[in-house]
Design a protein around this ligand. Structure first.
Ligand code: EPU
Length: 430
């Protein structure tokens, strides 16, 4: 079992390159199997979720070549099975994208119900509603979603009762290869929804309106090969920006689309940080004390739920009382108990965290409950007095490429270790 160990207190300074967006990459990889031609995808983040999905795509027979750490070519012509079993993807949420992709291409799919971070119940009823509206029969059997449309898929008018990134993308994929026109209303507008639509369009799909709440798709008979580069990860970027703020640092995040970071930068400005925006970079300078604020997570362009734990950690060392309202997932405050062990003062009432700022965190041994909570605890550790040890870091590795190297390049003292001896050696090495 590996751990991260951090000696906190160094203000982060310098430049850090942001990797490709995990959540865009996962959907794009699944969509890549929808053509028999070869597709080349680059700017993939080298994180475990992406690698698990690539393995499961290979597992159903697609030909995958790793061109370098961030680039693969995928050819779906060799796919021999439409069954994706539990072992292949049990730890992964995005496995559900293989449903839309396989159903669109082969008119049938059997994919194990998704796992992923336990941040809420995370039903997929809207995905299923969408597939049914396109003419598929969908059942749950052996822990799998079984979807088929022997007579083909036909365009439909679908209203999503709740804004869902996954359902929007999944329906978009299946509808891209259906007969006729599909309209998705109350669609998610996240940058990765747009990125997946752009990718599908680069393969010959006809999707308009992605990035607005009405997406229109005219089905085509087949898709062709493409070369595509995944957009930068707005959540990884936001995490480094908040780490800069928490450590009173001066960090430039590079290879980003500043527009995608607006909700994050707005909060940093409110809290008293300086922000400098460039074409593809954002610099965060944090000098004085941080001030309290209120935050509510909302679908894009609102404040992202994937930045909520990082936000709470930052507000935990801001002056005054702040609130964070989580409106997307019902179980995303699992880091609060761990943060209390570092001196944080957060009380949760329903979906609201009431945060009373403390002067600073103290290092402690903490357990990572999920991906973004893990990133938040790293930020707490970087700003804390003393040594922080994080257990269960596999959650963090699902979504953050080279996190140790990136933070070290900004002046952090942080290591990946695998024994208490190594932790002791790190702690004594000063
Ligand atoms: N929902 C339903 N029914 C559905 C689908 C969603 O009720 O059929 C609800 C969910 O329970 C939630 C809300 O709708 O309350 C929004 O969920 P959404 O479908 O947008 O989330 P998701 O597609 O499961 C993706 C990301 C998450 C990110 C959310 C919100 C991937 C693989 N996951 O999840 O990312 O938090 O969108 O932006 O793209 C992460 O990266 O740490 C992560 C959890």
């Amino acid at each position: 079992m590996y751990q991260y160990v951090i000696r906190g207190g160094n203000p982060l300074a310098g430049e850090v390159n942001i990797s490709g967006a995990k959540n865009a990459a996962l959907a794009i990889l699944a969509a890549a199997i929808m053509t028999d031609d070869t597709v080349v995808i680059d700017n993939l983040p080298n994180v475990s979720d992406v690698n698990v999905l690539i393995d499961s795509i290979e597992g159903i027979g697609a030909t995958v070549k790793h061109i370098d750490n961030h680039t693969v070519s995928i050819c779906g012509a060799t796919i021999s099975s439409v069954v994706v079993d539990y072992d292949a993807i049990k730890k992964m949420r995005a496995s559900y994208y293989l449903l839309g992709a396989l159903l669109g291409k082969f008119r049938k799919a059997k994919v194990a119900l998704p796992g992923g971070c336990t941040i809420g119940a995370r039903p997929i009823d809207l995905h299923i509603k969408g597939f049914r509206a396109l003419g598929a029969t969908v059942n749950i059997a052996d822990g799998c979603v079984v979807a088929q449309a022997a007579g083909g898929l036909s365009g439909s008018h679908i209203y999503l009762d709740k804004v869902s990134v996954g359902a929007t993308i999944n329906i978009m994929m299946a509808a891209a290869l259906s007969g006729g026109k599909t309209i998705i209303e109350n669609a998610a507008k996240e940058p990765h929804v747009v990125d997946v639509a752009n990718f599908l369009n680069s393969m010959g799909a006809r999707i308009r309106g992605a990035g607005t709440d009405v997406v229109r798709i005219i089905g085509v008979e087949k898709l062709h090969g493409s070369e595509y580069s995944v957009i930068p990860d707005q959540i990884e970027a936001g995490t480094y920006m908040f780490a800069a703020a928490a450590t009173k640092g001066d960090v430039t995040v590079k290879n980003v689309i500043p527009k995608h970071l607006e909700a994050t930068t707005a909060k940093l400005l409110e809290m008293g940080c300086e922000i400098h925006e460039f074409d593809d970079a954002v610099r965060v300078v944090s000098k004085g004390n941080l001030t309290h604020t209120q935050v509510t997570t909302l679908p894009y362009p609102g404040f992202p739920t994937d930045m909520q734990p990082q936000m709470a950690v930052l507000l935990g060392i801001a002056q005054g009382v702040s609130t964070v309202t989580e409106s997307i997932f019902e179980n995303r405050f699992k880091y609060v108990g761990e943060l209390a062990r570092m001196g944080g003062n957060i009380k949760v009432e329903g979906n609201i965290a009431i945060i009373t700022g403390v002067d600073g965190y103290q290092g402690a041994r903490v357990c990572v409950p999920d991906l973004r909570a893990g990133a938040a605890l790293v930020i707490a550790g970087l700003s804390a007095d003393g040594i922080t040890v994080l257990d269960d870091i596999q959650y963090i590795q699902r979504g953050y490429e080279d996190i140790v190297e990136k933070f070290k390049s900004l002046g952090a003292e942080m290591e990946l270790v695998c024994s208490d001896e190594e932790i002791r050696a790190f702690a004594e090495a000063k």
